[in-house]
Design a protein around this ligand. Structure first.
Ligand code: ZN
Length: 562
């Protein structure tokens, strides 16, 4: 069968009544089934409908991002958004039926216990009783995004939005960095009351939903939303303590060395994004040139990445160039109906292009490798496991980076990438720990929440000095981290995955073929198991184990000569 080109991927708009009827058919078939094989066939029928709906929703969202000015694409996306809660409701009804079925054990043996565990999480976070609250939650999340997107900030005679102003944060001139930071944080401070109010509303609303569903507070509900199956709050707390005790001291040394290299008396917050007075290395060519280098890179690596990459090109499954009307950001999405992922990015000529590209290719390759898994719940793992594939490929492509940067800048790129990966961990766990404090005390005032953040900074980033930047010095820095508003408890997932990716970095330096083989095998398992089963199967130490960071910290210190 010839594989469909992206331009030919079109699915008709699903009609909710028709979907309802086909779900009723699945439900009836399951009830009337007399054998395991018949019950499995009913689940497969449901799975096919879900795969098609999923594909429609992904295509619609993606096509809107590709041209946000197109009225037709916008209308289609709005339609898709409008039917999403109804589809979720239909799904949870079937999930409930399967979870409560007297044949559950036999079905678990057939399709795996992980699907049931995931469905259990899903129904544990949804009920008709909170439908209106969920709509209100989305509205508040959108209000936050719109507030930040509305920024029009004057700086040195030009007007910028926040990402536009953000590029000065990496300027090689210190005075420019300080001035841009001051401008950016003054704007944030001017919106402080609104930012506090939106978050206060979100925290209280989430607490109320959790109480309605029978949780003590939102923390348990947040973990279920993230599909966390084989670890809990205590494990996460133990991980954060390891970061604090073993990695924070190393990061302190990194900051001290950075201060020396920049030749400043005291490293200030606005110096932190710069590791090298020469500025950050840039890829030595444009979009088309980078795609050619990528082909050489994946041909050289092999392992299936070579043929997969060529197929993505041939089938038009990459959209990496920035252009007017195209929404920002980079992500990987997938279309189960056509058995393929798709990569979206906005190249802008910086080293970030290479990182976004290898990161999203990691996601895409895993999804590609998992296409034959069923049910569709296994096409992607839960997010802490997903990020292992993406962040690990960033490291597995290290030996190839000279193709993009040349030898000297390739070394600088690798060094900065490693520094970034290490320094990210204290920040990431601070964002996570902060949210635990917030949701454990939903009645706290905004001022108390700012104080909670300052406590996190003292614990995990003791080097941080905001100098004369009043708003972040008072504790407002967290308000620019969108996940805190829109993705509660998501953030720790990046740090858990980073620890696994750093282990692949060490393994690849020792024996590249072994690391690659293990990586490919992990990708093939998709989401068929929870996080610690996947890591164990790949020979990775779980970040929750005592001593999990020791080898990473030792190897990093040696590599960076610290
Ligand atoms: Zn990712």
């Amino acid at each position: 069968m010839a594989k469909t080109h992206f331009n030919d991927m079109h699915l008709p708009r699903p009609d909710v009544d028709e979907v309802t009827a086909s779900y009723a058919g699945v439900s009836k078939a399951f009830d009337e089934a007399g054998t395991t094989a018949e019950r499995a066939a009913a689940i497969r029928d449901w799975d096919r409908v879900r795969g098609r709906l999923w594909t429609y929703l992904s295509l619609t969202g993606l096509r809107f991002n590709q041209d946000t000015r197109d009225a037709e694409r916008k209308a289609e996306r709005e339609y898709a958004d409008s039917i999403r809660p109804k589809l979720q409701n239909l799904d949870t009804e079937i999930m409930r039926k399967l979870l409560d079925s007297p044949h559950r054990a036999e079905m678990e043996a057939e399709i795996g216990a992980q699907a049931f565990a995931l469905w259990d999480c899903e129904i544990g976070t949804f009920s008709k009783e909170i439908e209106d609250d969920l709509v209100e939650e989305s509205r508040l999340e959108a209000e936050y995004v719109e507030l930040l997107a509305s920024a029009e900030i004057e700086f040195r005679g030009e007007t910028y939005n926040l990402p536009g102003l953000g590029k000065f944060a990496e300027d090689s001139d210190r005075e420019t960095r300080h001035a841009a930071s001051t401008t950016s944080w003054n704007w944030t401070g001017s919106q402080g009351d609104k930012l506090d109010r939106i978050y206060d509303d979100l925290v209280k609303l989430r607490h109320k939903m959790a109480r309605k569903l029978g949780y003590d507070n939102f923390i348990g509900m947040g973990y279920k939303r993230m599909g966390r199956i084989d670890y809990d709050q205590n494990d996460v707390e133990n991980f954060r303590a390891q970061v604090r005790d073993t990695l924070v001291p190393l990061c302190g040394k990194i900051r001290e060395k950075q201060r020396e290299m920049l030749g400043v008396d005291k490293l200030m917050a606005w110096d932190e994004p710069i590791h090298d007075p020469r500025g950050n290395p840039k890829p030595k060519g444009d979009h088309d040139w980078m795609l050619e280098r990528a082909t050489e890179m994946f041909d050289n690596i092999g392992g299936g990445l070579d043929t997969f990459w060529r197929e993505m090109n041939e089938r038009g499954l990459l959209d990496l160039k920035t252009r007017e009307g195209k929404a920002g950001g980079g992500f990987c999405t997938s279309f189960p109906e056509y058995k393929t992922p798709f990569i979206y990015a906005n190249f802008n000529g910086t080293q970030g292009d290479v990182l976004v590209f290898t990161h999203e290719m990691g996601h895409a390759f895993q999804n590609h490798c998992s296409q034959e898994l069923s049910p569709v719940d296994y096409l992607w793992p839960t997010s802490e496991s997903c990020e292992i594939h993406s962040m690990s490929l960033e490291f597995l492509t290290w030996p190839e980076m000279d193709r993009f940067f040349g030898k000297e800048d390739g070394d600088r790129f690798r060094r900065q990438h490693l520094l970034g990966a290490l320094l990210f961990l204290p920040y990431g766990v601070a964002v996570d720990h902060f949210q635990h404090l917030v949701y454990a005390k939903p009645e706290a005032t905004p001022a108390e929440r700012h104080e909670m953040w300052l406590e996190m900074v003292r614990t995990y980033m003791p080097w941080r000095d905001w100098g004369d930047l009043a708003y972040p010095a008072m504790g407002g820095r967290w308000q620019r981290q969108g996940h805190i508003y829109s993705g509660p408890f998501y953030y720790i997932d990046y740090t858990l995955a980073q620890v696994c990716a750093l282990q692949y970095w060490i393994r690849a330096e020792k024996d590249f073929a072994e690391a690659l083989e293990s990586f490919v095998a992990l990708c093939k398992r998709g989401g068929e198991a929870p996080f610690q089963q996947l890591t164990k199967g790949a020979g990775l130490r779980s970040p929750f184990e005592d001593g999990a960071l020791d080898e990473v910290v030792a190897k990093a210190a040696e590599t960076l000569a610290l």
